[in-house]
Design a protein around this ligand. Structure first.
Ligand SMILES: *[C@@H]1O[C@H](CO)[C@@H](O)[C@H](O)[C@H]1NC(C)=O
Length: 463
């Protein structure tokens, strides 16, 4: 009898060990290291970063030199760092006007792409730099002319992904004929006005010093207005590696002029063939554009969900207005789509305290099949419910970790309020476990710049 019980106990213990050895911990992992990179005494902030095939990191964003009249009003800024966070090189890009570094990739030959917008003459165009990985020298800088019929606005690229199974080929997305918020200065996220665009580019093999521009193998402006909404701005593009490509966009419902998450999928072998196109209102991801009921949401980031043809979109969502609060503040939103664009789950997080904005700019698949998002977390002076507390006004890096079903495993604020403002701009799962968070940071990098490229590497939270 006693023997049986102890056997049972051993088996239960073994089951426990088995279960816990394949799941994530529910405690936030510790910080391995954090560091920062500055563009001289200029403000700089990253928008994206990748882990390089040989180890180390490549980060891009943009930078403003307020005190340097010789500098263009805004330049792209790219940084390469070793796996331990040591600086290898950093390079500003842009000769005149406004230049935005929005995304980056490493090609199969090791060259590095900076994806964004560049001013040429008096127009802002979609821009692609290809950099030498050893030195940061520009191998080619390509701007793409505005497609016929879409002239008269701002063009730019926001998202990029490698074409699965084809060397030196990339998908990109962005916008054409976008509307800036003010003359000469562009909103970080163009809401309204433009049209989503996607391209497939093929880069030439580097041979000697002169490197020609990538060839445009496919280009399409998604300007249709159907199902009650339009798509003004492609934000991210993903090759699902299962024969389809997904582009997420801000959607503008025709009825209310607000904005929502949307996604479109097309065939990777036949890109002009749309597979599906959907809007995902914040009140109900399955509702049509006519029933957003005063809510809003915006997609900033997208991750693969593995090889199942789906994805996870991250961003923010505004709840419906309530009588006592005319303008509610955004909370975190993660939306899981299957291969057919159907919502599998639709998670909200950090709804309290309600005087803080949550805006999630990065999301990544984790090694155990879950997801991790990073966000900016803080309150705007005009909406702070508790303005007496200085702490409320400081922006922090919020990181939110869920399992494959969207259930929270842990959540953490990785920066403290005594160290200035920080916002999580992008997050990636590292090959050997752990995460890298790319941060718009005043805590790391030089002081007094107004912002730097912050890099925080977390230990693994899976066993
Ligand atoms: C929108 O609001 C109406 C009126 O309250 C309600 O009947 C409807 O179910 C709502 N639709 C959605 C999708 O939330």
């Amino acid at each position: 009898m006693t023997l049986t019980i102890s056997h049972c106990g051993a088996i239960i213990l073994l089951l426990f060990i088995c279960v816990f050895s394949v799941t994530a911990t529910t405690a936030p992992p510790p910080i391995k290291f954090s560091t920062g990179f500055s563009n001289g005494n200029c403000e700089a902030h990253p928008h994206a970063g990748v882990e390089l095939s040989a180890g180390g990191f490549f980060m891009v964003g943009d930078s403003v030199c307020y005190d340097d009249p010789a500098s263009p009003p805004r330049v792209q800024f790219a940084v390469k760092a070793g796996a331990d966070g040591s600086l290898e090189w950093k390079v500003p890009l842009g000769d005149s006007g406004y230049n935005y570094g929005k995304n980056c990739l490493e090609l199969q030959d090791g060259s590095l792409l900076v994806v964004g917008a560049a001013t040429v003459g008096s127009t802002e165009l979609r821009s692609m730099h290809r950099l030498d990985a050893k030195s940061g020298a520009t191998l080619s800088h390509t701007t793409f002319p505005t497609p016929e019929g879409y002239e008269g606005g701002l063009d730019g690229l926001m998202g990029a992904d490698l074409v699965f199974g084809e060397d030196l080929s990339v998908w990109v997305t962005g916008y054409v004929r976008g509307e800036g918020s003010e003359e000469g200065e562009e909103a970080m996220f163009l809401i309204g006005g433009g049209s989503m665009v996607a391209m497939k580019l093929k880069f030439p093999v580097v041979d000697g010093d002169s490197v020609s521009d990538p060839a445009v193998l496919f280009e399409r402006v998604f300007d249709e207005s159907s199902d009650g909404f339009t798509t003004p701005q492609g934000m991210r593009v993903l090759d699902t590696q299962t024969g389809s490509v997904i582009v997420v966009s801000t959607a503008t419902p025709e009825d209310d002029g607000l904005y929502q998450m949307s996604a479109i999928s097309f065939s990777s072998s036949e890109p002009s063939k749309t597979l599906w196109r959907n809007i995902y209102p914040a009140n109900d991801a399955n509702a049509p554009a006519s029933q957003t009921n005063g809510t809003m949401s915006h997609p900033y980031a997208m991750s693969t969900s593995g090889k199942d043809g789906g994805c996870v979109i991250a961003g923010h969502a505004y709840p419906e207005s309530t009588p006592n609060k005319v303008e509610p503040l955004p909370v975190g939103r993660m939306l899981r789509l299957d291969a057919n664009g159907k919502a599998v789950w639709d998670a909200r997080f950090r709804q309290d305290p309600d005087d803080h904005n949550v805006e999630c700019y990065g999301v990544s698949l984790t090694l155990d099949g879950g997801f991790i998002a990073t966000c900016g977390f803080g309150c705007m002076p005009e909406t702070c419910a508790r303005p007496s507390s200085e702490e409320n006004k400081v922006w922090r890096v919020l990181t939110h970790r869920v399992d494959g079903d969207g259930n929270e495993l842990w959540e953490n604020l990785y920066t403290d309020t005594s160290k200035g403002n920080n916002a999580g701009e992008n997050i990636i799962s590292l090959r050997e476990g752990g995460y890298a968070i790319f941060i718009d940071s005043t805590s790391w990098g030089d002081e007094g710049t107004g912002g730097n490229f912050g890099l925080m590497v977390l230990e693994s939270d899976t066993q």
